[in-house]
Design a protein. Sequence first.
Length: 203
Amino acid sequence: MDKFTTLRAVAAPLPITNIDTDMIIPQKHLKTIKRTGLGQYAFSNIRYHDDGSQREDFVLNKPAYKDAEILITLENFGCGSSREHAPWALKDLGIRCIIAPSFADIFYGNCFKNGILPIKLPQEEIDRLMEESGKGANAIFTIDLEALKITQPSGEVIGFSLDPFRQNCMINGLDDIGLTLQKERKITAFEEKQRLSQPWLYK
């Protein structure tokens, strides 16, 4: 998993409540177990017309936000079914950070496992960030995960909180497999000892 320390990027406003995982990645596109290639289908029901052409009014189709890596959105983001394809699609689309008042629990946890930083902020602060993100290509925010701070285009700084364990995992690029591999030496030593005492387990 990619490390996340500091992100400086354009933030796109997506002022929609209760964005569920089917809106993020519709069920008809759940035909793969690969983490890549899903970005083209992210938000497809509101991103494209029925003929496949782009909807000009969808924020990520606008020239100023095509390279956005941050989403500013509203409460209960990621609700619905617990498909891990949702963070896969967002990551493949280029989204590295989502800022919202609240997230669905399973989606929130899946974000950390896939290198996306979800940040929870009070609604009044979301409103301010939403206004700042409306500046188009000038809506460049800096997310400092080590300092737990967001610097807005205006220069104003907002702090946020995060579980220290999750913060450490993101900064060091540790998903579940990475955490396990930190114990690789102990695992190997245990297997060597067990191989001697219980060799039939290794036949």
